[in-house]
Ligand binder design. Structure first.
Ligand SMILES: *Cc1c(COP(=O)(O)O)cnc(C)c1O
Length: 431
């Protein structure tokens, strides 16, 4: 495979960027080889600098629910761009995007826009601590909430791959207040609350986990978190940075009817541009400056380009309601993949929710938490990853990253993907 130009750029990149990248998973450490430098995206496809075309299942790690360069989104950006790139002043687009979020999540009164999911969760925890006057935060193994100090204890994503429980550079005293327990184990949560319940400011959780691969909550798990937090006066934070507007016009919270106290969003609500948001009831959100004493600010927050791209995205989602079609295509893809792996005798577990899924190569029956996810065959994933690149399909370059579909992944794209998998699995030495 000719990857001359990517190879050359990667050498050059390493001279000016740590590891040659701006975010670790992009360096292909988990799968080996040279990362493809991407030149262009169109619909369900991306094109690398060596002129190769791939069906894209990375989708920028989640924001691109319509695929690359959907006309409604690019037109909204162009229209906003023609008026300026940012003013450091309020603009109407913030109100409109907040309005769409409120419509989708009826329990939300107020929205604070920030620039990334990381900022949203970081500020959400500050808000929970301010509201309760408590310090402890309970999170789950394998859940990723961005890269703020508080959360870098057994996160998913990059952290899982390299097996680093936390990162150097974080004072012990900071993560002393971070309690960590396995996902889907409500008994463990209840025991922690019995010991420390009155000191816990918040539980933060991905209501469907997407950063140790996709892991679904067991029946009653999220309801259990709601009850435990409520009875001890702790807040419940749902981190729906991935799931918000990917699983419904709304998120897991609206889908299953469990209301968190604080909701964090990102990814899709920026339509492909940088964004994050923390949302909640007026009584909690009013603590934020300038209305309240809790400091939180940002030069680029509510940036009109991001707001416009987000608005166009949410409006189109509302109009087109593509979730049934997305779910059917995800299920069709999984069904086809299941047959391909079965024919080759490769044991695999699929977890999916609407337009996001994972395949775990394991003999186990189910993948319900981080230790299940970590016991899967990473070497096989890496082999498959490269075999698929050769066949024109781009998977995420780590077994712990979810595969994302978009509305551009139509039936023909799904069939094209299955054909590529068929060839990749048949040709390679996978067993
Ligand atoms: C991506 C992600 C974040 C962090 O968002 P950034 O925009 O990358 O800072 C937080 N939480 C979840 C669940 C995510 O998937």
């Amino acid at each position: 495979m000719n990857i001359e130009r990517s190879t050359h750029l990667f050498v050059e990149a390493k001279r000016c960027l740590p590891g040659g990248v701006s975010s670790p998973v992009r360096a292909y450490n988990a799968v080996g080889g040279v990362p493809r430098f991407i030149n262009e995206g169109r619909g369900a496809y991306i094109f690398d600098v060596d002129g190769r075309k791939y069906v894209d299942y990375v989708m920028a790690y989640g924001p691109l629910i319509f695929g690359h360069r959907h006309p409604a989104v690019t037109e909204a950006i162009e229209e906003a761009l023609a008026r300026g790139t940012g003013f450091g002043a309020p603009s109407e687009s913030e109100i409109r995007l907040a309005g769409l979020i409120k419509e989708a999540f009826p329990f939300v009164d107020l929205v604070r826009f920030v620039n990334s999911g990381t900022e949203a969760t970081m500020s959400a925890v500050r808000l929970a601590r301010a509201q309760t006057g408590r310090d402890y935060v309970l999170k789950f193994e394998g859940c990723y909430h961005g890269h703020a100090d508080t959360f870098l204890v057994r996160p998913g994503s990059g952290g899982s791959t390299s097996g680093i429980p936390s990162s150097p550079g974080i004072p012990k005293e900071v993560v002393r207040y971070t309690l960590v327990t396995p996902y889907n184990d409500i008994g463990a949560v209840e025991r922690i609350f019995e010991q420390k319940g009155r000191k816990i400011a918040a539980i933060i959780v991905e209501p469907v986990a997407g950063n140790m691969g996709v892991v679904l909550p067991k029946k009653g798990f999220l309801q259990g978190l709601r009850e435990a937090s409520k009875s001890y006066g702790a807040l419940l934070i749902f981190d729906e940075v991935i799931t918000g507007f990917r699983v419904a016009f709304g998120g897991i919270s609206t889908k299953i009817g469990v209301e968190p106290d604080i909701l964090t969003l990102g990814k899709i609500i920026g339509g492909g541009l940088p964004v994050g948001a923390l949302c909640g009831k007026r009584s909690v959100m009013e603590l934020l400056a300038p209305q309240g004493p809790l400091y939180q600010a940002g030069t680029f927050s509510g940036n009109p380009l991001s707001m416009s791209a987000g608005m166009a995205t949410l409006r189109t989602l509302k109009e087109e309601n593509p979730y049934g079609a997305l779910r059917r295509r995800t299920e069709r893809l999984i069904e086809g993949l299941r047959d391909i792996f079965k024919a080759k005798g490769i044991p695999v577990v699929f977890n999916h929710e609407t337009a996001v899924f994972s395949m775990f190569f394991t003999r186990g029956e189910r993948v319900m938490n981080l230790s299940d996810a970590q016991s899967t065959d990473k070497k096989l994933y890496a082999e498959l990853f490269h075999a698929l690149l050769a066949e024109g399909v781009m998977l995420p370059p780590s077994p712990y990253e979810a595969l994302f579909l978009s509305t551009a992944h139509g039936d023909t794209v799904i069939e094209e993907t299955l054909k590529a998998f068929g060839k990749a699995v048949a040709r390679s030495s996978l067993t």
